[in-house]
Design a protein around this ligand. Structure first.
Ligand code: FAD
Length: 469
């Protein structure tokens, strides 16, 4: 070890929700922690993902409500929207939260190194500056990789930030374009569709698979498809993008589906076809780390194939979600600290949320998956059109769907489309974590009037005795 090499118990590479949360937990457990970040604290989530998109969605939601103002007895004449200001606000929120992580690192005495980490051995890292020069070296007993992911691009298509965009450029435009073709109908594509549609952009989503949000319950995605179409978003599912040509500041997108070939034209194209793991950390390949489909391969305790090197978050694969990354980070460091009660992250307990309006949220098995796994199921549904609170809010679209095992009663999955779905899913998460039954949800008294009553009613419906339908 060189004289200027600093010793740590744990070095974490990447300060996204995986890496910074793992650093805090490790510090709480008494480890001396180094956190290395080449860009901004908070990673994609705070700076280029969850947070700025939710800020933009909030602006879009307020604008949509203002357009309906008359319905609520409010005259909003001369309504004008400034997308540039919404973007500025979203950047401010992201910066504020990133600053908050700086404070948390100081509070927990995590040593933050700014620069690009590369391995010089399985226990040593160099931190390089933007000029490529080494700024320092670190030795750590354990190294946790939390380097995240970046947008997947399409072959032969250059992202120019003007016509061809990824999610990063799409959250920095200073005005809403006249039209946008969104390639990919996953959560990111759908959220941007909702944002831009609200600001008057003519949005078309092109999705290769048969449904948008392809991992959600089919009944829910069908409802969402209908709702977004009603808003004016065009959705082409089962449709393949054959070619994208940029000409005179516009894009032509050739697509094919069962109806034949078609050419769409748009002022902008958002490529939202998934993400690629940042697995090219310097020196890692040379150490011989095992990968699987481009992701770093790990066991249930987030250990890679190299002793002492762990990996978490987007880097280790789907679902690419911030809370999954954070939980994997906690599991990894608690296991390092040999805590007794650590349990691996159970994929069935990871909620999935899409923050378009109406929102979509789910946890556990879809109806199709539950059947495919051989369960005999009971399904309870409760429409928001029968929820007093949803009606008063003027957001009576959607439903809660509870799927329970008919034999033992255990709740297998909960799927929601509608107002505050992304908040309601926490109750379902707790129910699944406690292996609760619909009976137990129904016995828990839900305040009236709340949207959460719909969860209790769907649970009652699974028992065959809903009250309000
Ligand atoms: P990241 O957040 O990607 O952080 C990795 C960090 O590592 C980066 O800061 C990077 O600079 C750094 N790094 C990489 N290599 C090195 C190196 N060699 N040296 C030093 N530093 C390095 N998820 C949700 O749960 N909810 C949402 O609402 C949501 N919305 C999203 C919206 C968009 C537009 C996008 C793109 C993503 C969204 N996600 C959402 C996904 C979420 O952002 C990711 O799942 C999450 O950020 C992954 O966390 P992570 O810690 O694994 O990696």
């Amino acid at each position: 070890m060189g004289s200027d090499t600093q010793p740590f118990d744990l070095a974490v590479i990447g300060a996204g929700p995986g890496g910074y949360v793992a650093s805090i937990r490790a510090a709480q457990l008494g480890m001396r922690v180094a956190l290395i970040e080449r860009d901004r604290l908070g990673g994609i989530c705070l700076n280029w993902g969850c947070i700025p998109t939710k800020a933009l969605l909030q602006s879009a939601h307020i604008l949509s409500l203002m357009r309906r103002a008359e319905e609520f007895g409010i005259h909003a004449d001369n309504l004008r929207a400034d997308f540039g200001v919404a973007v500025k606000r979203s950047r401010e929120k992201a910066q504020r939260l990133s600053k908050g992580i700086e404070y948390l690192m100081r509070k927990h005495k995590v040593a933050v190194f700014s620069g690009e980490a590369r391995f010089t051995s399985a226990k040593e890292l160099e931190v390089g500056g933007a000029d490529g020069k080494t700024k320092g070296s670190i030795r750590a007993e354990r190294i946790l990789l939390a380097t995240g992911s970046r947008p997947r691009l399409l072959p032969n298509l250059t992202v120019d930030g003007q016509v061809i965009l990824t999610s990063t450029e799409a959250m920095l435009l200073n005005r809403a374009p006249a039209s946008m073709i969104i390639i990919g109908g996953g959560a990111i594509g759908v959220e941007f569709a909702d944002i831009y549609q609200a600001y008057g952009t003519a949005v078309t989503i092109v999705e290769l698979l048969p449904t948008i949000l392809p991992y959600e319950d089919e009944e829910i995605t069908a409802l969402l498809h209908r709702s977004l179409t009603k808003k004016g978003i065009k959705i082409l599912t089962g449709t393949k993008v054959e070619q994208v040509i940029v000409e005179a500041g516009k894009a032509k997108v050739r697509v094919s589906n069962n109806d034949g070939n078609k050419e769409l034209s748009g002022e902008t194209v958002l490529v939202a076809v998934g993400r690629v793991a940042n697995s090219e950390v310097g020196g890692l390949k040379e150490l011989g780390v095992a990968t699987k489909n481009g992701y770093v391969a790990v066991n249930e305790w987030m250990e890679s194939s190299i002793a002492g090197i762990y990996a978490i978050g987007d880097l280790v694969g789907a679902p690419l979600l911030a809370h999954k990354a954070s939980h994997e980070g906690i599991v990894a460091v608690e296991k390092m600290a040999k805590l007794d009660d650590v349990t691996p992250v159970d994929p069935r307990r990871i909620p999935s949320c899409t923050y378009c309006h109406p929102q979509v949220a789910s946890i556990g098995l879809t109806e199709a998956k539950a059947k495919a796994e051989g369960y005999t199921i009971r399904v309870g549904r409760f429409p928001f059109s029968a929820s007093g609170m949803a009606i008063t809010l003027g957001e009576a679209e959607g439903m809660v769907k509870v799927i329970a095992d008919a034999t033992h009663g255990e709740i297998l999955g909960v799927h929601i489309m509608g107002a505050h779905a992304t908040e309601l899913i926490a109750e379902a998460g707790l129910a699944i974590a406690l292996e609760a039954t619909p009976e137990e949800i129904a016995k828990s008294i839900h305040a009236h009037p709340t949207i959460s009553e719909a969860v209790a009613e769907a649970a009652l419906a699974a028992l065959g005795r809903p009250i309000h339908v």
